[in-house]
Design a protein around this ligand. Structure first.
Ligand SMILES: [Zn+2]
Ligand SMILES: [Zn+2]
Length: 97
């Protein structure tokens, strides 16, 4: 009983794109069937609505909004920077008291 090459585990080809974003998935975006949105943050790329964590309503409003869209990944990065800046301001204000 020496069967070889009959393993049922099929390996799917993995695209190893060196993406700068941690948010983008490997699935291609189908313009006809997938809702997609462009992140103006670090990603600078299109992503699926679901990957961006947007509800249908949130997606529609984000699309209609003239403001640039930032995905939750880029958004949290920006917020972190803002919090840092605010903390720094608070400590400098406290020093003045
Ligand atoms: Zn995706
Ligand atoms: Zn992003």
């Amino acid at each position: 009983m020496s069967k070889s090459g009959s393993k049922s585990s099929q390996k799917k080809p993995v695209n190893k794109n060196s993406s700068p974003s941690q948010n983008l998935c490997a699935r291609p975006i189908n313009d006809d069937t997938d809702d997609s949105i462009f992140c103006e943050g670090v990603c600078k790329d299109w992503m699926h609505r679901t990957c961006a964590g947007l509800s249908k309503a949130a997606f529609e409003s984000a699309r209609e909004s003239p403001d640039d869209y930032f995905c939750h990944y880029c958004d949290s990065r920006c917020l972190k920077e803002e919090i840092k800046a605010l903390k720094w301001r608070i400590s400098s204000l406290e020093a003045e008291l």
